[in-house]
Ligand binder design. Structure first.
Ligand code: FCB
Length: 443
């Protein structure tokens, strides 16, 4: 472990991550408005275990203890998101002071303990009132988001280390609006692509607004990415892999960093390509202070559809996704070759396993192996010249894993939802020791 730690500089940012809807609970308290996830969870069958984020980890009431828990892990940084409907219940109009109060105290407690706050403005919980006027399909939502971003910047921007506009726009657009497995549960490819465009425009306008008010936090966006490998070397599998790469990676990276959507993907989309306005590409391409990447696994593309059948021996997590650490260094090295990258932060990486508490202990050896092998792949990428400055484990706590509900446990800290007791898993102890080596070197 010591050898691994010494492959990173002393000022590397080690952290843990969460998001508002997945941990806060207190969904109806202190004036919080409904979000599209509250609404989605009420749909019969939408969430596998029929649950919701209504109580989750009760972090809203327990944040002081949770900050102490974070500090006990020796990490330098904590990534969390602001619940838009908590600070502006209807997504426009009055601000909810009690909601801002919560984030204010959270940020202060973190700073008192020497932990950098890394904020995400939008981790999927759109105010339901805005969904009812068209949600992200509507250009008006873009303007509402910019007002919200500016207000968060005004109140928290001087204390935050970084502010990311969106978390995983591909997920919001594609899983929320094309396949419909996530909120708001719509199923239209054309709408999904329009949503992706509005998310990108809102990102650019928000960056402009934050910069014009002198916001000191570093500004960026967080994308989910995976290298896509063809299942076989056949021309059709390779073409499928190239298209999936286009939809997942180039669709977002090209406009952000090269100024245009990829031509091959536009041609593929045909009438489903988004309508943009003059000047949109300049807005989207605002300079980034950082790029956040979430990495979990690779993708495998088969023209015939069954990509997994060809790899029966692959090692998988409890989500059924392949453990493939080499994909992280491959991905980062490729991004570095293809784009003029700003400093990169891995904003999420981690794995769900079917953890059990036995005699008060969770011996999650697979998770330790997962984290160690991915951190090692990250060191490889750095040694290949990629400017990666930070890494955040997903997640601090077991939490509400969206459409999968509570059975999928991603935490390095176990949550007993009945009592809300937190139990450090062995992986948390491992990460604490690992981060401690870095912290000692920095001192
Ligand atoms: C990512 C999400 C995060 C979490 C992990 C497992 O797509 O950003 O909220 O659910 O997956």
């Amino acid at each position: 472990m010591h050898g691994l730690a010494t492959r990173f500089p002393a000022d590397f940012t080690w952290g843990v991550a969460t998001s508002a809807y997945q941990i806060e609970g207190a969904a109806r308290e202190d004036g919080r408005g409904d979000s599209i996830w509250d609404e989605f969870c009420r749909r019969p069958g939408a969430i596998k275990d029929g649950s919701s984020g209504e109580r989750a980890c009760d972090h809203y009431h327990r944040f002081e203890d949770d900050v102490a828990l974070i500090a006990s892990l020796n990490v330098k940084a904590y990534r969390f998101s602001i619940a838009w409907p908590r600070v502006q219940p209807r997504g426009e109009g009055a601000w909810n002071e009690k909601g801002f109060d919560f984030y204010d105290r959270l940020v202060d407690r973190l700073l008192e303990r020497g932990i950098e706050p890394h904020l995400t403005l939008y981790h999927w919980d759109l105010p339901q009132a805005l969904q009812e006027t068209g949600g992200w399909r509507s250009r008006d939502t873009v303007l509402r988001f910019v007002d919200y971003a500016a207000e968060v910047g005004r109140r928290l921007g001087a204390r935050a280390a970084s502010i990311a506009t969106h978390n995983e726009p591909w997920v919001i657009a594609t899983l929320g609006h094309e396949t419909g497995v996530f909120a708001p549960g719509e199923q239209s490819r054309g709408n999904a692509m329009q949503v992706s465009h509005h998310l990108l425009v809102s990102h650019g306008l928000a960056l402009q607004a934050l910069r014009s008010q002198g916001c000191r936090a570093r500004l960026g966006i967080v994308l989910n990415q995976a290298p896509i490998h063809p299942a076989t070397d056949s021309a059709t599998d390779r073409a499928k892999a190239r298209l999936e790469d286009g939809l997942l990676i180039r669709w977002y990276m090209d406009p952000l960093l090269l100024g245009a959507y990829p031509e091959d993907v536009l041609a593929y989309l045909g009438d489903d390509a988004p309508k943009s306005r003059e000047g949109d590409m300049e807005l989207i391409g605002q300079p980034l202070d950082f790029l956040g990447i979430n990495y979990y696994t690779r993708g495998v593309a088969a023209a015939g559809g069954d990509a997994d059948g060809s790899r029966p021996d692959r090692e998988v997590t409890d989500m059924g996704s392949e453990v493939f650490p080499g994909g992280l260094s491959e991905l980062l090295t490729r991004l570095h070759d293809d784009y003029p990258l700003p400093p990169v932060y891995i904003m999420e990486n981690g794995a769900a396993y079917n953890d059990q508490v036995i005699d008060g202990r969770v011996a999650d050896r697979e998770r330790i192996r997962y984290l160690g092998s991915h951190i090692s792949a990250l060191a490889d990428a750095r040694e290949n010249g990629v400017d990666v400055r930070g890494y955040f484990v997903w997640s601090l706590l077991d939490n509400f894993e969206w459409a999968d509900g509570y059975p999928k446990r991603f935490g390095i800290v176990f949550v007993d939802y009945g009592t809300q007791r937190r139990i450090l898993k062995d992986s948390a102890v491992w990460y604490r020791t690992f981060c401690g080596i870095g912290a000692a070197a920095a001192a």
